[in-house]
Design a binder for this molecule. Structure first.
Ligand code: GRF
Length: 242
């Protein structure tokens, strides 16, 4: 891969180490999609709230017909297609992706159903500035066909995770998780829908936490300033008196 690490092509420094005072500046975010883009829509809707601390400067897709592109168009967000099939390999594809991201001024990149594996070089280039959403409680059930595998395993709970991206697939410091129960007669579609509703809540939440400068990574764990864990535990099946 050609050297993408010259100072001219490095992503701008993420300024989330220090809190961004409300109303002064919004974090610039790019979103990468390959399909329907319902998580993109959740991010678009959050960014439309006046005091939300982030704004989407670019939506990119590797798939020309992705409905996420239409969502960007309807929201008036610049968008583009970089079709991986037009490149001789992952590296030249990612060089084009990287150039477009830098050009847009993106400080953070959100993967939202982006169905291309990224090289270690690209992931390292955007280290701590690249986040992903995955429809399981990581580190369980990495990879594809998650809901089928959760049901086949007889798990009583599933959920979703927003995490910083590291080179291994679906790995990296966890920012936010939500948990949902698996019901006795779930099929993959029913479980996916229950999880997806939570994805749409936690992706904007994770983005807000980063954009407010409340997250820092220590020994590959995310520390969130001012965060509070819920006090309730859940049991599945629910105990008889619940
Ligand atoms: C979501 O389930 C997300 O967790 C996974 O891919 C799916 C994308 O859905 N990475 P959408 O395109 O955001 O609707």
């Amino acid at each position: 891969m050609p050297d993408t690490r010259s100072s001219a092509s490095r992503p701008p420094k993420l300024q989330a180490d220090a809190p961004i005072p409300a109303g002064t500046r919004k974090l610039k975010v790019a979103v990468l999609v390959s399909g329907r883009g319902s998580n993109l829509q959740a991010l678009i809707d959050a960014c439309a709230i006046p005091d939300f601390p982030a704004e989407i400067s670019l939506v990119l897709s590797n798939v020309a017909g992705a409905y996420g592109l239409e969502r960007a168009r309807l929201a008036g967000i610049p968008s583009g297609v970089i079709d991986h099939r037009g490149f001789a390999g992952r590296e030249p594809f990612e060089l084009a992706l990287h150039a477009a991201l830098v050009e847009s001024g993106a400080e953070l990149v959100c993967l939202a159903g982006f169905m291309r594996l990224l090289t270690d070089a690209f992931v390292e280039l955007w280290r701590d500035r690249l986040i992903n959403i995955h429809p399981s409680l990581l580190p369980a059930f990495r990879g594809l066909h998650v809901h089928e595998r959760v049901i086949a395993a007889g798990a009583r709970f599933s959920g979703c995770t927003v995490h910083f991206v590291r080179p291994a697939m679906d790995a990296g410091p966890i920012i936010v998780q939500a948990v949902v129960p698996v019901h006795a007669h779930d099929d993959a579609d029913r479980l996916a829908a229950r999880v997806l509703a939570e994805e749409h809540r936690i992706y904007p939440l994770a983005l807000r936490l980063i954009a407010e400068g409340r997250t820092r990574i220590e020994e590959e764990c995310v520390i969130i300033a001012g965060a509070r864990a819920p006090s309730l535990a859940m049991t599945n099946p629910a105990p008889p008196d619940a």
